[in-house]
Design a protein around this ligand. Sequence first.
Ligand code: UT7
Length: 355
Amino acid sequence: MNLQVGAKLIGVGKAVPRSVVTNADLEGLVDTSDEWITTRTGIRQRHVVSEGETATGLAIEAAKDAIGFAALDPAKIDLIIVATSTPDNLYPSTACMVQAAIGAKQAAAFDMEAACTGIIYALAVGQQFIGSGTFKTVLMIGVDVHSRFLNWEDRNTCILFGDGAGAFIMQASQKENENDMLATYLRADGSGGHLLCIPNSGVHYPHVGTTPEKATHRFLQMNGRAVYEFAINAVPDAVKTACARAGIEVKDIDFLVPHQANQRIIKAAAERLGFSPKQIVSNLDQYGNTSAASIPLAMADALMRKQIIPPAVCVLVGFGGGLTWGSAIIRWTAFDQRQITQENQNKEKTIGSTI
Ligand code: UT7
């Protein structure tokens, strides 16, 4: 990659709605069971928006969390990219709403869409802007509220998804020859678009929603088995190709941070690649599939519970609607600045109390 300026990730953040829907709750809605959902997917609960909670609100919360992690002045952010398939409005973009809410006075802002792979696409785009020297600090957010597009009478889909947002902050490296974005890899195969889609959700079908019959066309539809087969091949492809681009081997990677769609997909792909269970980052049981948000959400949680302790080489892998898939190999070196401040304060208190 001929980028002139190296990039590093300096922050991660997350936000989920307050309300939790458990597998037991779903047993009351569709013909399913906690046992089926847990064994077939690994999901135990998901967070779902309530009245008044929005995709924009979640994106803003995740952005603020990442800004806190990095102890960054929002006025220093040059660009905000929001990856989402479920924005509140076609425009203004979610990114523009975030820009205003966090006080990123100097920032450009736009949304982009690559379904569940969206945050990987956003990382790759952010890196290009930094690498070319155009921008120094980029905020990338993945947010999705799929609960609004689920048919809560369809057990094939409604059990899988949760709502949420996750964010990364990337900055131009201060030091010469330092680059923690080791490689990215993006792919698409539109011939499989029909396998996972929300038909008639755009301008192609302008009268959608005017009758109950037409409104049913706005539900997410998925051929689960076909997407499963695609995913267990896409993950190893994405990991191996990104490793080749980075000039490293799979054994040089410390952690696999995959899109959180199904624990069986994660396990099968990890086994093919030779990752041990300790190297797999997963919080699927808590949040379900949060689409573009799932990778930063998983990363934030893994750092918080100290599964990932910097420095660590991580491969982030996305796959989903489009079809799209892709990966980013990163060297994670950032620590949560809020915790560091807290630890210092505690130390000062201890020293003070012994005097
Ligand atoms: O981020 C986007 C990417 N999306 C994905 O990665 C999803 C990929 N696919 C999957 O995760 C899995 O295919 C599913 C979890 C969606 C389904 O698991 P599966 O093992 O592939 O099940 P299946 O679709 O082959 O269905 C097996 C049986 C069927 O019943 P019959 O025909 O064997 O009698 C389904 O009707 O399980 C039935 N079934 C359910 N039973 C209880 C499907 N959904 C449910 C359910 N509860 N919720």
